[in-house]
Design a protein around this ligand. Structure first.
Ligand code: BMA
Length: 388
């Protein structure tokens, strides 16, 4: 009896501390809007017990369809949209009407506002064009390019960078609710910088230049474009073995909210232990810094393993308190039959994905309450997570 009540007390104590902690946690931006603060706190409160599922371009297209209203491949498969919606604004910076994967920016804006109205989470990546060459983000991984040093303040191409950043800022500041308020979102610039495939990657700039690029970008958007709705994600690729290595080019606690990871490799190579280690590193950093950890990009091309979700990914996510505290997993886009990362209707991994989302750790859009409202305990608001 005595022992039981002690355990109950301890348990209640730890639940309480999670809830209290989540209510005190603050975004990096001291001027963040109320709704942005609320979103951040809700994400922090959900993180210890739930992992939300995200999908890139979910509402824009899927395998064999484009632009249908209120459709996503995951909705076709499970009856629910994902809880997290990834978008990419590569191309807005050079004034295109459609992003690099042909998603019209006007439609993207409309869908992002719908996601906000549904209470879901939007996260934006940016495959930025090179302001020096005018080409896309990708460069030769073996030949250093010196764009970053030239676009920083004082550099010969700084003005060109500002033009691109202004176009980006103008798009971001058009993401407003019906009430005219900027919708809170996660912005994830300069991703995968630990590799060298993008012009801002490891080979192409120094640590100091990268950090300055990141800090300058965020300050410019916050100040010049008055964006008070951004939670900022830092998301290296694999290649770190401990927290110090992960943090090598970290732009600072006053800039970053989301401790992210892009890892396509570990599960592809059948090395779940590497993914567990990477997720535990980012979750540990997030816990120590009062941030959120997220698995910001992943997927196995075409989901060839039809038990990938329940047999490969779920055991990793369930592995420890740290892995369970990952806020969301974002899978990459369903471009076509030869390039997709999520099941679509009739896909061989669809049944496995339905079993996966029925697990109590996993949340889709139909399980998650409105993330922009305040709750005394958001965990009480989770609805049964078996798909409709
Ligand atoms: C890559 C591929 C490309 C795409 C790019 C940006 O991983 O999906 O087809 O253009 O991401 O979204």
């Amino acid at each position: 009896m005595m022992i039981i009540s002690r355990i109950a007390l301890l348990f209640a104590g730890s639940l309480l501390s999670v809830a209290v902690l989540a209510q005190q946690i603050k975004p990096a931006d001291a001027g963040a809007s109320e709704k942005t603060i609320t979103l951040f706190r809700n994400l922090a409160a959900l993180a210890p017990d739930y992992v939300m599922i995200g999908h890139q371009d979910a509402l824009s297209y899927g395998v064999k369809w484009v632009g249908d209203k209120n459709r996503s491949d995951l909705h076709d498969v499970t009856g629910s949209h994902p809880a997290v919606f990834g978008w990419d604004i590569g191309g807005i910076d050079i004034g295109l009407d459609k992003n690099l994967d042909s998603v019209p920016f006007d439609q993207m804006r409309e869908n992002m506002i719908r996601v906000f109205e549904m209470g879901g989470l939007n996260t934006i990546s940016w495959h930025a064009y090179d302001p020096r060459t005018g080409k896309d983000s990708w460069v030769d991984t073996k030949i250093a390019v010196n764009t970053v040093s030239q676009i920083l303040p004082g550099g010969a191409r700084h003005a060109d960078f500002l033009k691109n950043l202004d176009r980006t800022g103008i798009f971001l500041s058009s993401l407003k609710s019906k009430e005219g308020e900027l919708i809170p979102l996660v912005f994830r610039p300069w991703h995968e910088h630990s590799g060298s495939w993008f012009w801002w990657g490891r080979l192409h700039c120094t640590r100091e230049e990268y950090i300055e690029l990141f800090r300058f970008t965020v300050h410019y958007l916050r100040e010049k474009h008055e964006l008070n709705n951004l939670l900022i994600a830092y998301s290296p690729d694999i290649g770190f073995a401990n927290a110090a290595e992960y943090l090598e080019r970290y732009p600072g606690d006053d800039i970053v909210d989301v401790i992210g990871l892009d890892d396509y490799h570990s599960l592809r190579q059948n090395k779940p232990e590497n993914l567990i280690r990477n997720l535990e590193i980012i979750a540990g950093i997030a816990r120590d810094k009062g941030k959120i950890a997220a698995f910001t990009e992943t997927g196995c091309t075409n989901v060839e393993d039809k038990l990938y979700f329940t047999q490969k990914l779920l055991p990793v996510l369930e592995h420890s308190d740290l892995t369970r505290s990952i806020s969301w997993v974002l899978f990459w886009r369903n471009g076509n039959k030869k390039h997709h990362f999520m099941p679509y209707k009739g896909h061989k991994s669809a049944a496995d994905f339905r079993r996966f989302v029925a697990h109590p750790l996993i949340l889709m859009q139909n399980n998650v309450p409105d993330l922009y409202r305040t709750y005394s305990d958001i965990s009480n608001e989770i609805s049964g997570n078996s798909p409709e």
